[in-house]
Write a protein that binds this ligand. Structure first.
Ligand code: ADP
Length: 339
């Protein structure tokens, strides 16, 4: 290796370990020794497991890595309780290199935030349920006039909005904390069909047509069924919300190469071109949306984006104001891109 390149890598802040195809060390920098509490030594040419006995590290360098997702992951070291973010590169016929960073403090902070959000949302939710219950009962306690009825409706609307916000916040928080990460082979056509059937009423209420084009079966995707359902639901909710009465919404799913491609398109209000880049940001609502549909937390698409990311997929949109919007999601099929 070039002397300067070696010097730079030796002094890099991240821990770097490279091995050959026989799992012997080719390169290892000072940060790696420090991270694993091993005195600096000349380890070049020695078996990895001899220098770094931690089972998690040996596993990182020896196990089969079926896809891109497997190459970026968090590793919890059982002996030191450290949490590392590791990214692995495999060069066939040459070896592997892992770049690792200690993210223990970030994990601890995110766990505190996570517990706080879960706790606050639980504590706020129960008085809200009480408020909603009593408000809905006011009419049963005696006659009320029109003005009072409209006040009650506003209270109910507001309580429902806060409840929806809490639900979205907790969902987003769980996704960001990488909870519920168990993945299983999923038939996406079924998930889409159930989501569409479950939302038919909502579309009927606005006299909107909801067209569905699905393959009978498709190759499975590795996914979390509840999250995938929520992903489809959120797109359907938006199509319904931001499309006028009598509008048209189309949902399609197709298999293309190693991906399943889901599209949800509508002929609704569209998203102004200069605002399209922001709609996946938390709490962002486009300027034309607020007038169209008051209800909305601005979190639905952030949740969708997190779910797509957690499934190693991609999402994008095409939209024209007053013409309509199409959201496209590509999810890799199981074992689709084996290396
Ligand atoms: P919200 O709760 O406001 O619907 P989302 O995160 O789901 O929040 O969406 C963010 C913003 O993206 C919406 O407020 C709206 O401006 C825009 N948007 C999302 N879907 C559509 C759509 N199908 N048509 C038009 N605008 C949309």
């Amino acid at each position: 290796m070039d002397q300067f390149a070696s010097l730079l890598l030796q002094n890099a802040e991240a821990a770097i370990i490279a091995t050959d195809t026989e799992n012997r060390i080719l390169f290892c920098n000072a940060a790696a020794y420090q991270l694993f509490g091993i005195p600096c030594c000349d380890s070049n040419g020695r078996p990895l497991a001899e220098v770094f006995p931690q089972a998690e590290i040996v596993e990182l360098f020896t196990r089969d890595v079926p896809d891109e997702r497997g190459r970026r992951r968090e590793i919890s070291l059982s002996d030191s309780k450290l949490i590392l973010s590791a990214s692995l590169t495999i060069v066939p016929g040459v070896g592997r290199v892992a770049v690792m960073q200690d993210i223990t403090h970030l994990k601890e902070r995110s766990q505190i935030k996570n517990e706080f959000v879960q706790r606050v949302s639980r504590d706020i939710r129960s008085p809200l349920t009480t408020i909603l219950g009593y408000t809905e009962m006011i009419e049963r306690a005696g006659p009320i006039n029109e003005t009072q009825r409209s006040f009650i409706e506003r209270v109910i609307f507001s309580v429902r909005s806060i409840t929806a916000l809490l639900t979205d916040l907790v969902d987003l928080d769980r996704l960001e904390a990488h909870l519920d990460t168990d993945l299983e082979p999923i038939q996406l056509p079924l998930v889409v069909r159930y989501a569409v059937e479950g939302s038919r009423r909502q579309f009927e209420a606005k006299a909107q047509r909801l067209d569905l084009v699905l393959p009978e079966r498709a190759r499975p995707v590795m996914g979390n069924p509840l999250h995938l359902r929520q992903m489809v639901n959120n797109l359907l909710d938006n199509a319904n919300k931001y499309t006028a009465r009598g509008g048209l919404v189309k949902v399609s799913l197709a298999e293309e190469a190693n991906f399943l491609v889901l599209q949800v398109s509508d002929n609704g209000i569209g998203i102004p071109a200069e605002e399209q880049a922001f709609v996946f940001d938390k709490f962002y609502r486009a300027s034309n949306a607020v007038a169209e549909a008051q209800e909305g937390t601005g979190l639905g698409l952030s949740i969708v984006k997190r779910i797509v990311d957690a499934h190693a997929g991609r999402i994008w949109l095409e939209s024209q104001e007053n013409q309509g919007t199409t959201f496209t999601i590509m999810l890799p099929v199981q074992n689709g891109n084996k290396t």
